[in-house]
Design a protein around this ligand. Structure first.
Ligand SMILES: *[C@@H]1O[C@H](CO)[C@@H](O)[C@H](O)[C@H]1NC(C)=O
Ligand SMILES: *[C@@H]1O[C@H](CO)[C@@H](O)[C@H](O)[C@H]1NC(C)=O
Ligand SMILES: *[C@@H]1O[C@H](CO)[C@@H](O)[C@H](O)[C@H]1NC(C)=O
Ligand SMILES: *[C@@H]1O[C@H](CO)[C@@H](O)[C@H](O)[C@H]1NC(C)=O
Ligand SMILES: *[C@@H]1O[C@H](CO)[C@@H](O)[C@H](O)[C@H]1NC(C)=O
Ligand SMILES: *[C@@H]1O[C@H](CO)[C@@H](O)[C@H](O)[C@H]1NC(C)=O
Ligand SMILES: *[C@@H]1O[C@H](CO)[C@@H](O)[C@H](O)[C@H]1NC(C)=O
Ligand SMILES: *[C@@H]1O[C@H](CO)[C@@H](O)[C@H](O)[C@H]1NC(C)=O
Length: 538
């Protein structure tokens, strides 16, 4: 697969493709041209668990873990806000301390903000390559141990005096995968880390995650949704009846006649919606309340699919396959195919879509997956394969936006090809989800751990406010907030002007500020109480 698509996964931002850049990459570049934060490194332990069989052979070595910090609002005695880097580089998280949630919280509390890059991402690789053996230290428990060890030991250049945990209150923030790591860190290291906000955090995981498409099915413009559902039903009917000639005709309508594997075809035409693990353009997940951060690709796609003014030669395509479906036209097929041809296919600059499994849209080249060069995409796939799962699949029943050929086996084959057994480390045949669920699953609870989610997030059903979770009730010690109308950790974005934000985001930010301020006040009053008690003891 020469075509290097975006790793969709739980990441909040699309756009890592070397192909023509989607609109939001321009935004990304704009965001990154903000203040220049020097990047520092911390000597982090590669192996926090010298007694665990999981990590043999052990090592006492350290690696350089990158971080940046911002002391613009800091006054000695203020709290430390640790932004958990998650599945991307420290650079791509800078907006969070510059104008996002960390800036908001620092400004409200005279705090200091730090972004810590996740091991095996950005430039924080413990080992030279990413063979299956070299990846053995990339686990959730090692990653969250990094957070606690860092909080206890980092010395910030230019900051006098200790800011280390637990004497100074450290409050974590993470969105998405990093949100789950925030929750797991605060729960596991509550004696070191004072609190945390877990945004859109997948604390519950499943193997096949068809609910990824549920908010699109429910909230996207319904004429667009209904026509895609009907097209997919017809396509799946051709597949289930082995109508090879008709399937070939369908592929050719999308300009993808040369693509061999039917699942690769199904994924490619699903790109504007979001393919399993990969997509080159931006989807529902990349919508955002602020035009600074979001992309309109999804709206453009849906408006194209349901365009009632398309030229006759495009609408004529709707009747081309009617002969296979009892004369029923494939409404909006011409529009859908035209969009894919105009917007998706040009990402393949070679114009070679398959050619014996090596073209842009084929995922069937085993040696492509087996490349052991360090990369964020590979690290993310590894975590997915060993612990996280949540493979995007078609729903088991009801209407679908993607073909039902997209099942767990499609993603699992990549795991198998990418991570052949090493000398010391072998990936499980299917992800060991207990590595996530053991922290509490839907019963997750830890003092001063706040959960915030968006009800239109594609990852919602893995989060605290999942439709499958019990009703939630908030308290100061266990705060929770579900933002109506919001997507994937939308609270992490800011514009340095809270009153100018849309009301649902503004009020989420006020809630986060109050939550953190209450925690800090209760700490101050309890430490005063401790002093009084100590005074009496003397
Ligand atoms: C790490 O250091 C400890 C203490 O010095 C030692 O007992 C252990 O053997 C070392 N482990 C390795 C893998 O070198
Ligand atoms: C830290 O201390 C040094 C020496 O006392 C002083 O020159 C410097 O201004 C201090 N820096 C900060 C950020 O307070
Ligand atoms: C479709 O073709 C496959 C492989 O040729 C065969 O195994 C299967 O039974 C066929 N299914 C139907 C419904 O004819
Ligand atoms: C179709 O998509 C293109 C490219 O994204 C966009 O410029 C155009 O406005 C869309 N057309 C409609 C009818 O929305
Ligand atoms: C429709 O006609 C236009 C203008 O002649 C042409 O550029 C386009 O390729 C045609 N589209 C299809 C699907 O035939
Ligand atoms: C598969 O991928 C490898 C590595 O990316 C490449 O060298 C090779 O040419 C590809 N093609 C085929 C058909 O295996
Ligand atoms: C949550 O706790 C209840 C009561 O203890 C238990 O019945 C349930 O199985 C737990 N659920 C999960 C997902 O752990
Ligand atoms: C900082 O907070 C104050 C209120 O406490 C607010 O007036 C000000 O606009 C905020 N500044 C920034 C840059 O966010």
């Amino acid at each position: 697969m020469l075509f290097s698509a975006v790793v969709a996964g739980l990441i909040g931002l699309a756009c890592a493709s070397p192909a023509p850049k989607p609109a939001s990459e321009t935004n990304l570049a704009r965001r990154q041209s903000g203040p220049n934060y020097p990047v520092y490194t911390f000597d982090q332990l590669i192996d926090h668990f010298p007694d665990s069989d999981r990590y043999t052979p052990h090592t006492n070595d350290t690696f350089k873990q990158r971080y940046v910090y911002d002391s613009t609002y800091y006054k000695p005695g203020g709290p430390i806000f640790l932004y958990i880097g998650g599945e991307t580089s420290v650079e791509s998280r800078l907006e969070n301390i510059e104008s996002g949630i960390i800036q908001i919280l620092m400004n409200a509390t005279n705090g200091l903000g730090i972004i810590l890059e996740n091991r095996y991402y950005g430039d924080s690789y413990p080992l030279p390559g990413s063979t299956t053996d070299e990846l053995r230290f990339l686990t959730t428990e090692q990653t969250i141990a990094d957070n606690a060890y860092f909080a206890q030991h980092v010395q910030l250049p230019g900051i006098n005096g200790s800011i280390n945990a637990p004497d100074t209150p450290w409050i974590l923030y993470g969105g998405s995968l990093a949100g789950a790591q925030t929750a797991f860190s605060v729960k596991t290291y509550g004696d070191i880390l004072y609190g945390g906000i877990a945004a859109s955090a997948p604390i519950h995981v499943v193997l096949g995650y068809s609910e990824w498409y549920a908010p699109i099915q429910k909230f996207a413009p319904q004429d667009c949704v209904a026509s895609i559902n009907a097209i997919i039903d017809k396509m799946d009917y051709l597949i289930s009846t082995n109508n090879t000639a008709a399937i070939q005709e369908l592929k050719s309508i999308f300009g993808l006649g040369s693509l061999g594997d039917i699942r690769d075809f199904a994924m490619t035409i699903a790109f504007p919606l979001g393919g399993p693990m990969n997509y080159p353009t931006n989807t529902w997940q990349e919508l955002n309340w602020s035009p600074l951060y979001g992309s309109n690709d999804f709206w453009n796609f849906c408006n194209n699919v349901s365009d009632i003014n398309a030229p006759a030669n495009i609408t004529a395509v709707d009747n081309q396959l009617a002969k296979y479906t009892n004369g029923e036209p494939w409404t909006n097929l011409g529009n859908y195919a035209n969009y894919v041809k105009q917007i998706v296919l040009p990402y393949c600059t070679s114009g070679d879509y398959d050619s014996t499994n090596d073209g842009c849209f084929s995922t069937q080249n085993v040696s492509y997956w087996a490349d052991t060069t360090n990369s964020g995409g590979r690290s993310y796939l590894y975590s997915t394969c060993i612990e996280q799962g949540a493979y995007q699949v078609a729903p088991p029943s009801g209407p679908s936006l993607v073909s039902r050929v997209l099942q767990v086996d499609y993603t699992q084959q990549w795991c198998t090809w990418a991570f052949p057994a090493g000398e010391y480390n072998t990936i499980p045949s299917t992800p060991d989800l207990t590595q996530y669920t053991k922290y509490g699953d839907f019963n997750f609870s830890a003092p001063r751990l706040a959960f915030i989610d968006g009800n239109q997030d594609v990852w919602l059903d893995l989060c605290y406010h999942s439709n499958d979770a019990p009703a939630r009730y908030s308290s100061d010690l266990h705060p929770e907030h579900l933002i109506a109308g919001a997507g994937h950790h939308w609270d992490s974005y800011g514009i340095k002007d809270i009153p100018a934000e849309p009301q649902f985001i503004r009020n989420a930010h006020y809630w986060e500020i109050r939550t953190v301020q209450k925690w800090l006040r209760s700490r101050q009053s309890s430490s005063k109480r401790d002093q009084v008690v100590k005074g009496r003891e003397l």
